[in-house]
Design a protein. Structure first.
Length: 110
């Protein structure tokens, strides 16, 4: 497995794990995020596999990584907003956000 595949796979797995954490609180928000994730990642994966001639595969790969990272940060911001508004408190969510933040830092530093 190349380093590119590891970076892409880990960013997608982190995003999926954060989306799965949404299932504990709100099924509607989980469904919206999961469907959006499937739509844009399916499109980008299709473009990466089928339209990657002339060096454009790097562009589609970067779009997939950036989209997953932006989606992950949006979910983290959602969790922090809910946490700061004291509507709910979940130690599991706080732990998961810390693990994700450390994972992103280690992923892009190393």
């Amino acid at each position: 497995m190349s380093e590119d595949s590891i970076i892409l796979g880990s960013s997608l797995i982190i995003c999926l794990l954060l989306i799965l954490l949404l299932l504990r609180r709100s099924k509607r928000i989980f469904i919206v995020n999961f469907v959006a994730f499937l739509i844009y990642e399916s499109f980008l994966a299709f473009m990466l596999v089928n339209h990657s001639d002339g060096g454009t595969s790097l562009v589609w790969w970067a779009f997939m990584c950036i989209a997953a990272i932006i989606h992950s940060f949006a979910i983290i911001i959602y969790y922090l907003r809910k946490l700061l508004s004291n509507k709910w408190y979940s130690p599991l969510a706080i732990f998961a956000m810390m693990v994700v933040a450390i994972g992103f830092i280690l992923l892009f530093i190393g």
